[in-house]
Design a binder for this molecule. Structure first.
Ligand code: FAD
Length: 309
């Protein structure tokens, strides 16, 4: 949300053009996606994961995929997550798993997405690993919250968590309505192209809402994953945390692989839990576009890579 709304919208609209999609994906990750994506296969992700663990970063790992339209594709994603889980267990990697609901088939059928998440959670919960259900664009917010609530009928706060987006007007209400579950929530600003009818268009409003949501959640004693690269916001929240004497085991910071690595190290070096999010897989296009839209200056390095060939 650091950039004017129009430039974000322009990137989303150009990137949505099928010819652009074909061109960029044919060109491959060397156009710039490799800065944000750990690799196209599990082995590459595990290599990055081991390295980051050695540097003192716990991880959240996502197998890239979204807006799945066939049940078979969702089933393949489930299989990949189970392979990922087995590899994490075998190698003792400190990581949890992050899943997109539309990757589990939420667009096909809510029941299918629930069954797929359940299959994964049965294994991860038995292994004592956490799963984060991510939040996508606003047509899926309600369904995703329903999915989370349903999973919580079987699984605990320690097994599964959710995400709230500070740019949505509705998030303050959603936070209150979730309170009875004492959820583990990842707070983000929000990465999708949303209309002003559902999301604050101005960055200042998003930042204000972000502070309020995290503060309210922490005041209640619930666990917050503060997922942002905004150093001003981080300092403001740390001040609040210190004033209120909130213990360090009630929150963590999270940032994306490849974004502000120096800030990641600084936060780690101050003794806070700093989790790095690493995505991997061949379906990196949508993820890459969102990273460009967050910071249109990133388009510059794509063009430079293009010129270099
Ligand atoms: P901004 O104000 O956008 O950025 C602060 C500063 O960070 C910028 O000034 C810049 O220096 C740097 N920065 C930010 N983005 C970039 C970038 N792409 N490239 C280079 N520098 C950058 N969004 C969702 O909608 N759903 C999710 O489930 C979700 N999960 C996430 C998980 C994690 C761990 C993180 C860190 C983010 C996630 N997001 C998710 C993305 C989030 O919504 C924001 O789009 C993203 O984090 C950028 O916002 P910001 O908080 O860093 O603040």
């Amino acid at each position: 949300m650091a950039e004017p709304h129009w430039s974000r919208q322009l990137i989303f609209s150009v990137a949505g053009n099928p010819a652009v999609t074909r061109f960029v994906t044919r060109y491959g990750m060397r156009l710039g996606a490799s800065r944000f994506v750990a690799g196209e296969d599990l082995d590459s992700a595990l290599t990055v994961a081991r390295q980051l663990n050695q540097e003192g970063f716990p991880l959240a790992i996502q197998f890239l995929g979204e807006h799945v339209t066939r049940a078979e594709a969702a089933a393949e994603a489930v299989e990949e997550y189970l392979r990922l889980l087995a590899a994490l267990e075998e190698r003792g990697i400190d990581a949890y798993i992050s899943i997109k609901p539309s990757q589990m088939g939420l667009e096909v059928d809510e029941e299918l997405a629930y069954a797929n998440c359940r299959r994964i959670l049965e294994q991860t919960a038995a292994a004592g690993r956490f799963v984060r259900i991510e939040m996508e664009d606003s047509p899926y917010t309600e369904k995703t919250l329903r999915l989370y609530r349903r999973l919580r009928e079987t699984f605990g706060t320690r097994d599964v968590g959710i995400v709230l987006q500070a740019y949505l007007y509705r998030s303050a209400r959603d936070l209150e309505e979730l309170a009875d579950l004492h959820p583990n929530i990842r707070f983000v600003k929000g990465a999708y192209n949303e209309p002003a009818s559902v999301a604050y268009p101005d960055k200042a409003d998003v930042d204000r809402n972000y502070r309020q949501l995290v503060q309210r959640h922490l005041e209640r004693g619930d666990y917050a994953a503060i997922a942002t690269h905004d150093d001003v916001l981080i300092e403001d929240l740390l001040q609040f945390i210190e004033q209120r004497g909130i213990p360090r085991d009630r929150f963590e910071f999270q940032m994306l692989y490849g974004i502000r690595p120096q800030l990641q190290r600084q936060v780690r070096d101050r003794g806070y839990r700093m989790r790095v999010y690493i995505p991997y897989g061949r379906d990196w296009y949508g993820y890459f576009v969102r990273r460009l839209a967050e910071r249109p200056a990133n388009v510059g390095f794509v063009l430079r890579n293009l010129i270099r060939g």
